[in-house]
Structures are given as structure tokens and as C-alpha cells.
Design a protein around this ligand. Structure first.
Ligand code: F6R
Length: 278
């Protein structure tokens, strides 16, 4: 299905039958963008939500449909304190599930915090902002959403104007992410994350959510008040957002039928929009 965001209009919500359809829809958007902008700058999320999309992009790369040879990627966030190469570090995650499976130049895959430790981290955060700017800004930013409404690792009460910085995870996020580790004690307490202001600078935001566990935070982000208590509600400030969810994640949306109708009656001239010109 090739329809999606109206350029510069609203948060558009695309409700699809299942996670596979979500992955294919988002991969279509990225494939379309690559066809006009091979040197695309992608903002990459980690965690389980974008896994299907990455698998689909890897499949298309192997089939010769897409190339990332000229692309650049900036990760949203990274844990602090995991040893280099730890399988749950987001650098390792993206290498395993995406970057290491396609032809992107590893030198063009950036992780906030880089290799900095301790007191050097703050300077590394400022450098990350400078690196994004130097690359021309992020064209398409993939996002997931936390159970507590976090965006990146911007936990509730994060400034909606925040930039890349060190954050402390909430207990809820540490519990949610313990499934990836041997136990709760192994989940780091601190992270480096792009700020909400950083994320909002991207030209096109694509938020992926699947499963019933995401129904409440998706409804808060899309239909709730704009509030730092639900950092993902900041997407309402952005002119070009596509929220791509499955039916299970749509169950708490008051306007679900409106979103379905909008998609079903999309005029043929509205396609997934390329981001505004750099
Ligand atoms: C990951 C990130 C987080 C996740 C969120 C949802 O880079 O920024 O905001 O998107 O915690 O995680 P999953 O997708 O595992 O449910």
C-alpha cells in the first residue's frame, strides 16, 4: 500500500491489519525516499518496534531493490555503561538487525555518546547535535513509543525543547526493557538520548507501534493533551508525522474510524510524501 503522510498537514495515523503490514508500509516509505534521495539521512530507533521494518529493508536490499551505500544514520539513543560490544547496546543492536546486513558505510552510522565515558559524555552529546547538523539534518526519523509515553529515551517530564543529553530511565522503562537482559539489575539506569527538540528537527517522523501493550500510549500521544508527562505527544508539534500502527495498538483511539476512513479514501495524488527540501 502506497499512501501516507499529507505533507505539512497533520499527524496522520495509518492503521494496518498486523505488524507485517506495518513493516512493509514503513519500508515502502523508506524505499520511496531512497529512490529520490540515495544520500538520505535516517534517524534510527532500536527496540522491538522497528524490527520488522529492518528485516523488510534487509530483504529488499538482498533482492537488489534498495541500497544504503550513500546513506547516513543517526541512532536515537544508547545505554550508558554497557561494555563495548554488549549485545544489548544499541550500537550492537543496529549492527545485528540492520547496518551489518545492508551496504551502509559503518563510518556513517552514528550513535549518541559515541565511545565517550564519564565526564566526556556531555561534550559527546553536543558533538552529536553538531554531527546531525553537519549531515544536513535527519530526513526520516523512525520512532517507537515507550509504555510510559517516552520518545527516544525522553522520559516523562522531559523538556519538549530538549537536545541530546544524558537521562535517567524510569523504573517502568527498566522493567519493560528487562526482557532483553538477564534481569532487571542488568538494565542500565542511564542513557544518552536525542532530545525532543532534536527529534522534532527531523523532516518526517514515522512512529511505529504494534500490539495491545502500545494502545494506551499511542492514544495519549495522538489524542491526548500535549504534555511532557507523555513526551511522545510532542509529535503533535511536528508538521509531518506518520503514526503507523496495527489494529491491536489502535484499540484505544477515539478517532480510529476517522483514521481508517481517511486512509481508505485517500486521493490517488496523495502518496507517501518525501520530506521537505533540505
Ligand atoms: C529505542 C527507543 C525507545 C523505544 C521504546 C519502545 O531506540 O528510542 O523509545 O522505541 O522504548 O521500545 P519497544 O519497541 O521495544 O517496545
Amino acid at each position: 500500500m502506497r499512501c501516507g503522510a499529507c505533507r505539512g498537514v497533520v499527524v496522520e495515523v495509518v492503521i494496518l491489519p498486523d505488524p507485517g503490514a506495518v513493516a512493509r508500509f514503513v519500508a515502502d516509505s523508506i524505499e520511496q525516499l531512497l529512490s529520490t534521495r540515495p544520500d538520505v539521512v535516517l534517524g534510527l530507533a532500536t527496540g522491538s518496534s522497528p524490527l520488522g521494518t529492518y528485516a523488510e529493508l534487509v530483504r529488499r536490499h538482498r533482492a537488489g531493490v534498495v541500497s544504503f551505500a550513500a546513506a547516513t544514520a543517526f541512532l536515537l539513543d544508547e545505554y550508558i555503561g554497557l561494555p563495548v560490544g554488549h549485545p544489548e547496546s544499541y550500537r550492537a543492536f543496529i549492527e545485528t538487525h540492520f547496518a551489518g546486513q545492508v551496504d551502509i558505510d559503518p563510518r556513517n552510522v552514528h550513535v549518541p555518546g559515541g565511545t565517550a565515558v564519564g565526564g566526556a559524555l556531555e561534550a559527546a552529546c553536543a558533538q552529536y547535535e553538531a554531527d546531525i547538523r553537519a549531515a544536513g539534518g535527519v530526513d526520516l526519523q523512525l520512532l517507537g513509543i515507550g509504555g510510559d509515553g517516552h520518545l527516544g529515551f525522553n522520559e516523562p517530564t522531559s523538556s519538549l525543547a530538549s537536545r541530546t543529553r544524558i537521562k535517567t530511565l524510569t523504573d517502568q522503562t527498566r522493567h519493560d526493557n528487562a526482557r532483553f537482559f538477564d534481569g532487571l539489575d542488568d538494565v542500565p539506569r542511564h542513557v544518552v538520548t536525542q532530545g525532543i527538540g532534536t527529534i522534532l528537527d527531523a523532516r518526517h517522523l514515522v512512529l511505529i507501534a504494534t500490539g495491545a501493550g502500545k494502545a494506551a500510549p499511542v492514544a495519549r500521544a495522538v489524542e491526548g493533551p500535549l504534555t511532557s508527562m507523555c513526551p511522545a505527544s510532542a509529535i503533535q508539534l511536528h508538521p509531518t508525522v506518520t503514526v503507523v500502527i496495527d489494529e491491536a495498538a489502535a484499540t484505544e483511539l477515539t478517532l480510529a474510524d476517522y483514521f481508517r476512513n481517511t486512509l481508505a479514501h485517500k486521493p490517488p495524488w496523495q502518496t507517501v510524501s518525501p520530506p521537505p527540501t533540505r
